[in-house]
Ligand binder design. Structure first.
Ligand code: 1Q0
Length: 211
């Protein structure tokens, strides 16, 4: 993880994510998320409950990657195949494999959809756009449908604590507003491609989603 957040670091990780076979490398996927979490941490403690959950999920994937079966966890594709072939994915949370790579990845994958929507609206926003509105619109169109009422309420309150658009652009640490917009324009196709390739990985993965 870098010492301080920069949008460029996020971009670099998602750029490195896809290998020559268009497979998603878990190592860079994880690093990309770590960067994003470090950014979220800089926004204040009101986001701590989100950050904690994200770090927990990132850590689960990292433990698989560095664990004894790590060679199966190099790409999302190999992980899904390995876990499904070996019946390591539970259909219910109370099963014997509650924290499989597949279920953990799916939570982050849904969050990546939120990110994609949020960044796109940030990129096309105008001076009077509100980050909290952009953020919650993106959330309602993605993650919210998977979250219970309490989480939705807590998340909605956290969004209200987001800095305004100007400050937000500054914390992104990527130069002038124009430069940020350019960089967002470069980052978005990469994030979208990683999202889409993960989405297409396995029709069986969706069946395993609640496991
Ligand atoms: C900048 C504002 C950050 C807003 C983050 C939006 C996502 C809201 C997610 C709310 C999660 C609430 C905590 C608990 C959720 C879990 O119940 C849920 C399900 O897990 P489980 O094990 O119970 O089935 N977990 C999830 O859905 C995973 C959520 C992961 C969220 C990861 C968010 C990381 C955010 C990064 C900041 C991005 C900054 C954007 C701008 C950067 C520009 C490049």
């Amino acid at each position: 993880m870098a010492d301080s957040f920069s949008l460029q670091n996020v971009l670099d990780n998602f750029k490195s994510c896809l290998n020559d076979h268009k497979e998603v490398c878990l190592k860079y996927y994880i690093s990309g998320w770590r960067e994003l979490v470090s950014f979220m941490n800089s926004l204040g403690s009101v986001f701590a409950f989100i950050s904690k959950d994200a770090v927990n999920k990132i850590q689960i994937l990292e433990n698989f990657l560095t664990g004894e079966n790590g060679t199966h966890y190099v790409t999302v594709q190999s992980m899904v195949k390995y876990e499904l072939d070996n019946e390591l994915v539970d259909l219910t949370k109370r099963g014997s494999h509650p924290e499989s790579g597949c279920r953990t990845l799916l939570r982050l994958h849904r969050a990546l959809r939120w990110l994609q929507l949020f960044l796109e609206s940030l990129r096309t926003s105008t001076e009077d756009s509100k980050t909290s509105v952009m953020c919650s619109d993106a959330y309602n169109a993605s993650l919210a449908q998977h979250h219970p009422w309490l989480i939705r309420k807590a998340t909605g309150m956290a969004f209200c604590a987001l800095p305004g658009r100007d400050t937000f652009f500054e914390v992104l640490n990527a130069g002038s507003h124009e430069e940020v917009v350019t960089l967002l324009g470069e980052a978005l196709p990469l994030i979208s491609e990683v999202y889409q390739i993960t989405e297409d990985v396995s029709p069986r993965q969706n069946k395993a989603e609640e496991g």
